[in-house]
Ligand binder design. Sequence first.
Ligand code: NAP
Length: 259
Amino acid sequence: MTKVCVVTGASSGIGEETVRQFCLQGFRVFMGARRLDRIRKLAEETGATGLPLDVSDTSSVRSFVRELPDTVHVLVNNAGGAQGLEPVTEMAEEDWLSMYQSNVLGTARMIREVFPRLSRSQEGSHVVNVGSIAAIETYLGGAGYTGAKHALRALTDTLRLEWMGLPIRVTEVDPGLVETEFSIVRFSGDTRRAAKVYEGMEPLVAKDVADAIVWSVTRPPHVNIDQLVIRPRDQARADKVHRRGENRRIQDEGSGKVL
Ligand code: NAP
């Protein structure tokens, strides 16, 4: 029987590549994001079904879930990201609210609404939450994003407790620096500032993370991969990045400060 996989945040980066990888593995994939033009293009390329989805909006989540088959085997909660890199004393409330909406509440909404479909799977099902090393570390200017991803981690761990005895696996995949549109979004479209994040180092690419997600899902049903932390070799901590080039300096991630 063909298994059904749902991927949120599929219009770019990790989500887009995760859709490709699950399609290649023979899953029937349903995907969503706000940028429908991107979703339509990916649907044409892969054969996945694309639907509008804003995880920060309960009615959008409900409309999306209504279009899914009665049984869902895999839910990948990937939609999210960071906005801004300001110190707490300069907190931009809109950005913080938006990060909590997409990374935390959006994931919880998706899980609540898809849960009945996950429960119908005879073979068991699987929820994969895309966290970040920001779920386990903090760094200067990162309190809004690290707070949201720490909260997502608490949610993920709690699910494993609440679902003990149910045939639903729960995995968190926590990447370090991945070159996607993440930094362009974080810096509100400033592509030069975004490019600096990856300057002189070799970041992960979306496929590296998609591979880890697919690997965790394709383990035997009794095996639960709790957490996968995956970083570029050039990154030892969120704010410790090895950069090649002049003086082989070690710089912090966002502000470019030499540490
Ligand atoms: P990306 O290229 O910016 O992709 C983010 C995706 O999330 C887009 O498809 C975007 O689609 C979607 N999204 C954002 N808000 C949404 C919302 N409210 N409703 C539905 N979809 C939404 O960045 P990425 O690196 O692939 O990020 C994917 C996940 O990985 C995020 O959770 C991010 O926090 C995490 N992560 C990234 C890195 C990194 O370095 N890149 C590291 C650790 C963790 P639309 O804008 O079209 O809705």
